[in-house]
Design a protein around this ligand. Sequence first.
Ligand SMILES: Nc1ncnc2c1ncn2[C@@H]1O[C@H](COP(=O)(O)OP(=O)(O)OP(=O)(O)O)[C@@H](O)[C@H]1O
Ligand SMILES: [Mg+2]
Length: 259
Amino acid sequence: MFTVDSISIRYEQKNAISNFSFAVKQGEVVSIIGPNGSGKSTLLKAVARHIPYHEGSVEFEGVNLKSMNAKQVARNMCMLSQKNQAPSDMTVIDLVSYGRYPHKKWFEKLNNEDMEIVHWALERTHITAYKDRTVASLSGGESQRAWIAMALAQRPKVLLLDEPTTYLDISHQHEVLELVRELNRDMGMTVVMVLHDLNQASSYSDSIVVVQAGEKVMSGTPNQVMTPDMIRQVYRMDAEIDYLSTEKKPRIHLLSTAR
Ligand SMILES: Nc1ncnc2c1ncn2[C@@H]1O[C@H](COP(=O)(O)OP(=O)(O)OP(=O)(O)O)[C@@H](O)[C@H]1O
Ligand SMILES: [Mg+2]
């Protein structure tokens, strides 16, 4: 689906991402994990073309990302940032409708089919009741769901989510991750997300990429990646791992800071 090949990203003169490669297959759910400041958001932003990369290449279905126009990028992928801000007077339904514009020509109005998709996205994220409120008036969790609805309305091939569970209580965290899983299973949507919770990354991902200080430590299945050694190296914590017999996914128990 897309291949990130040896990219480096600099802020001012300093490398935030160095010589980083990974590949995402069509229909996969991939999580990016790593400590604060390790470069996860930077990596996601470069893939979404929100910021430039300075070396290497990104190819999306065989096409160089740098050669795509903005609309092509938007039809292929949608990124939700860690902090999303809508204009203060924008209503929820306006925000979600905005997701349809990459599919329209200049000045073309939204038609019935677009509005059906918008209402489907509102329903799917349980925010239909808030559709006429301003996004600014919503709680952190409600607003997070409104942004996810906007992304759904865009029907991208790849959904890039930077910490999608921030602000959400545990039940809504579960709901958002289940929604991600359903979209992946029902619609074949490819998902790349940054998560901090190792158990969530383990249970919701096909593959995990571990970032430390701008470099890739390793990538692989949850079973390959979630080891006490990786957790000690990257997070300086001791951990025990067991396996949920139903899913055979590793479950991580953090013990204490490693000495
Ligand atoms: N616009 C910027 N200008 C200068 N430095 C930046 C900029 N954005 C990020 N950085 C730096 O780049 C590094 C990586 O930041 P990034 O936001 O990608 O980390 P992260 O892994 O997403 O962290 P977190 O888990 O806290 O979200 C950090 O040292 C950060 O301070
Ligand atoms: Mg970040």
